[in-house]
Write a protein that binds this ligand. Structure first.
Ligand code: E4P
Length: 218
């Protein structure tokens, strides 16, 4: 399973890239607003830090303008994945850009029927939002299972299921059990994956006991 980070904070991205575990980045207009930096140079900078796919989202909603924006974003770097909303116009842009060889991430997916359309439009990634579905009392992970099952029925569909709106480690563990291709997680959720109180307790005891041996490895 690939790990993307869902942020536009360049310091967090650099920090996570240094672990060697980061496969890509997703951004959206809200994350760009939070970062408070100029969009195009920021995407350029992120693409220079991470060699995997970096999602940059169009800002318009009509076909012509979205297509122009998508083409401009795709020119920033080879690893840009143009992010478009799951609307009729967004899927039309997805088809046009995908046919030209540009990676497209179709975002704001909340149903299996929408995911089928994105695959047919040639999307490189479909982004179902698990946390936002959980928030309204639906089952986000159930949607991931449905989409993975459907996509597995068709060898000619190459769309990867990118689990988005991840809120906690269980979303990641369950997505891995289902067989989702990618998870995109806020930095704090990625950090939580490392944690276990028994790891901390066990390490503290080992460090103390090692001191008592009076030895040094180096
Ligand atoms: C995905 O690409 C989105 O940027 C993101 O996962 C949305 O998450 P949120 O529901 O926490 O805003």
């Amino acid at each position: 399973m690939k790990f993307f980070v869902d942020t536009a904070d360049i310091n967090d991205i650099r920090d996570l890239a240094s672990t060697g575990l980061l496969d890509g980045v997703t951004t959206n207009p809200s994350l760009i607003m939070k970062a408070g930096k100029a969009f195009i140079p920021l995407i350029e900078e992120i693409c220079s830090v991470v060699s995997g796919p970096v999602s940059a989202e169009v800002a318009s909603t009509d076909y012509e303008t979205m297509l122009k924006e998508g083409k401009k974003l795709a020119k920033i770097a080879k690893n840009v994945a143009v992010k478009v909303p799951l609307t009729p116009a967004g899927l039309k842009v997805c088809k046009a850009l995908s046919d030209e060889g540009t990676m497209v991430n179709v975002t704001l997916c909340f149903s299996a029927s929408q995911a089928i359309l994105a695959a047919k439009a040639g999307a490189a990634f479909i982004s179902p939002f698990v946390g936002r579905l959980d928030d309204i009392g639906a089952d986000g992970l159930n949607l991931i299972a449905d989409i993975v099952e459907i996509y597995n029925n068709y060898d000619d569909w190459n769309t990867e299921v990118l689990v988005a709106s991840v809120r906690h480690p269980i979303h990641i563990v369950e997505s891995a059990k289902i067989g989702a291709h990618v998870v995109t997680c806020p930095p704090d959720v990625i950090k939580k994956l490392y944690s276990h109180p028994l790891t901390d307790k066990g390490l503290a005891a080992f460090v103390e006991d090692w001191k008592k041996t009076g030895q040094s490895i180096l």
